[in-house]
Design a protein around this ligand. Structure first.
Ligand code: NAD
Length: 254
């Protein structure tokens, strides 16, 4: 098995003095973003349905990002810490149905979390960013927002919407000090994929199939996606806005 190389903090440097909100912070990619930010000295506010896994060094808040009232309460509860300059919209859920199989309720829930959640977090944090003339948003989209994958109708469509919303926000406020970009991971070895495998009839064969579609012959690690998200949030990306940064072991290149 090919193993993911160790990530070195590269160009991106310190986040001391910065305050970041991370959604979907309790697992996988979000947890890796939180861990990386804490190591770089950021003040981190970690939002999740279940934030129990997040290290104590971050402020943990239980919130469903699809619920506007919960977002208002969560942001009010941490307002005394001071303004937020960096937002990682990372919370997301999947769906393994095609258009015929997918019930409208499942379609709506995927859009509620992946798209409405991203919209609501931006809606409630952008005003203070605009007031201060500075803010950075990084949305976790997916390679599935750029290419069609079988049995991922709602998921592909929702991540395509996240990529489009990212570009819209980028052009809306590029001259107002706001940058907004997305990361588009390929298949990443997070608890999400562990759940997919656990549901498979033959988990080992399913894993082989997921690995087999990757030109690099391995899955990504949450830390590799976090490194790209941190880069986009950092000053090293000061001239970067509106992009969808693909980190996928080559899957969309084929
Ligand atoms: N794992 C992959 O292969 C992969 C690939 C491409 C994109 N992504 C995207 O990366 C992001 C993170 O995925 P992951 O692999 O770390 O998954 P994960 O399931 O390990 O973690 C997702 C986290 O989001 C939280 N969450 C779910 N719904 C929420 C809600 N309504 N409100 C608040 N928090 C909520 C969960 O509690 C969980 O802690 C998602 O947006 C996912 O679509 C993952």
């Amino acid at each position: 098995m090919t193993v993911a190389p160790q990530i070195q903090p590269a160009l991106t440097g310190s986040f001391a003095g910065r305050r970041a909100v991370v959604t979907g912070a309790g697992s996988g990619i979000g947890l890796a973003i939180v861990t990386d930010l804490l190591a770089r000295g950021a003040d981190v506010i970690a939002l999740d349905l279940a934030p129990g896994n997040v290290p104590d060094a971050a402020t943990r808040v239980a919130v469903d990002v699809s619920d506007e009232a919960q977002i208002r309460d969560a942001l009010a509860s941490v307002a005394a810490r001071g303004p937020v300059d960096t937002l990682f919209n990372n919370a997301g859920i999947g769906s393994t149905k095609n258009v015929v199989d997918c019930e409208p309720e499942e379609w709506d829930r995927v859009f509620d979390v992946n798209v409405r959640g991203t919209f609501l977090m931006c809606k409630h944090l952008l005003p203070s960013m605009l007031e201060r003339g500075h803010g950075v948003i990084v949305n976790t989209a997916s390679a599935a927002g750029l290419i069609g994958l079988p049995d991922r109708a709602a998921y592909c469509a929702s991540k395509g919407a996240v990529i489009a919303l990212t570009k819209q926000i980028a052009v809306q406020w590029a001259s107002a000090g706001i940058r907004c970009n997305s990361v588009c991971p390929g298949t990443v070895d997070s608890p999400w994929v562990s759940r997919l495998l656990a549901e498979a009839e033959n988990p080992a064969a399913r894993r082989e199939q997921l690995v087999g579609r990757q030109p690099m012959g391995r899955l990504g690690s949450p830390e590799e996606i976090a490194a790209a998200a941190i880069y986009l949030a950092s000053d090293a990306a000061a001239f970067v806005t509106g992009i969808d940064l693909v980190i996928d072991g080559g899957i969309t290149a084929g």
